[in-house]
Design a protein around this ligand. Sequence first.
Ligand code: ADP
Length: 542
Amino acid sequence: MQGQMMDYQLTLTPLLERARRLFPKKEIVTKSGPGLERFTYEQMTERVARLANALDKLGVKRGDRVATFAWNNARHLELYFAVPCMGAVLHPLNLRLPADQLTYIIAHANDEILFIDPSLLPVVEKLAPLLKSVRHFVVMGDKVPEATTLSPVHAYEDLLSASSSNYPWPNLNENDAAAMCYTSGTTGNPKGVVYSHRSIYLHSLGLSMTDSFGLSERDVFMPVVPMFHVLAWGTPFATVMLGSKLVFPGPHLQPRDLAELIQAEKVTLTAGVPTLWLGLLSLLDKEYYDLTTLRGMIVGGAAAPQFMIEGFKQKHNVEVIHAWGMTEMSPLGTVSHLKSYQRDLPEAERFAIRAKQGMPVPGVEVRAIDESGKEIPWDGKAFGELQVRGPWIVSSYYNDERSAECFMDGWFRTGDVVTIDTEGFVQIVDRTKDLVKSGGEWISSQDLENAIMGHPKVLEAAVIAIPHPKWQERPLACVVPKPDYKETITKAEIFEHLRERFSKMYLPDDIVFIEAVPKTSVGKFDKKVLRVQYKDYQLPEM
Ligand code: ADP
């Protein structure tokens, strides 16, 4: 017997229409230079229709790729809806990627129209001669600077004012492509992930569940995670669906900018990678900001160190919501909320649980497979590679023959090595390539880093494997002292701090003090660079 419910297509168009009908007065705020730019949802939805008409005039057809090269701002949000709802495919480009990767990605995706923030024009002007697929450039502002070498080039606001505010949105199939992002592969070129209307729709519901982030109309949400990094973790779609007030920081990502925005716009929820929040935590130690409206700070993309979760809660009463995900997963995978009966545990245990990556959210299934291909027990001890499946998880990469090796019996292989405990909490031990393989044992660089960063004189730490004649590999800790302790910090005190937590074999063989940990294009620690820099490093005899 079949169910007898409507075969209703899960597309983004009714979500946009919902926002237009129900939340015309809600605001979208962008920090632009010293000031703030404000639009209402009423204006935004009208502008989205104009933009779709303008794209029609530029010859954009169903399935064509429209790329963006932009910070988090209101115009970028308009593109997030106009492009997919007219049946085309939104492709936000990571503006921190090197030129060769950008040209590869634009050609591979066959991007035809490129929208560019005015401040980023110089970067695109340099690349333009190599961008054979791009037919039109659009500057996301009032006018095209006279000096630009781009051609043909249009001003965003000119396109909008010359277009009608009525757009006949087409009926789309829920499996049509809506957007795409490229992930930085560990080796070789980046891989493309194509999201469907259906996957984004379901993922938006996923982000709204109380047991994930509980996004709601009542939230004032500030996505700090860039809109080119897994579509700002899918949050723009979910927040417009719900009618939340949105606050975009634009290119202003310094801790002071963020603290001021949270305070002034009464932000309730924000999201970003840990490096950013570590900076905010240090600032809050020195300067006061009223962050009482903030109910949570979603931290993911890299491990949220336990001391950071504790620091925000104990000193500033801000809840860190630790989550794990991937570009291939839209990205929501696991979220670390305590179960109701864990709330009575001693405080230290509660923080240790919240520093794990958490339980899979409804919609995501997890398992971990050991080296012999068997599923590991959920005992919190056995290690394995995490594999996932669900309706918002990639089924293959876009036009990429490397797809096959990333799947196993219908499960996606994440490349993360994990344990899963008896309560079902996943803990990332490391990325496969970051583990230090020492005499048959695996040392988690992530555990060491988190412990070192818990030392009061340390700002950042990255642990890398150094080749070793006897042990195969041994850990080297690269440590950035806080500015006030640059002159006085010693290796001995870091070792002392670690000896309380790790047995001898898990300690780094040496510590070097560095100016800053290199960061990837999305702000995570870039250990590839350190590995190259220290490849010939002589560890002391132990
Ligand atoms: P990139 O490969 O460019 O870093 P992603 O942003 O898709 O692209 O990264 C996904 C990876 O980031 C995961 O496989 C995992 O290794 C890491 N990651 C994400 N969230 C967390 C977290 N909360 N803790 C530890 N690692 C995380």
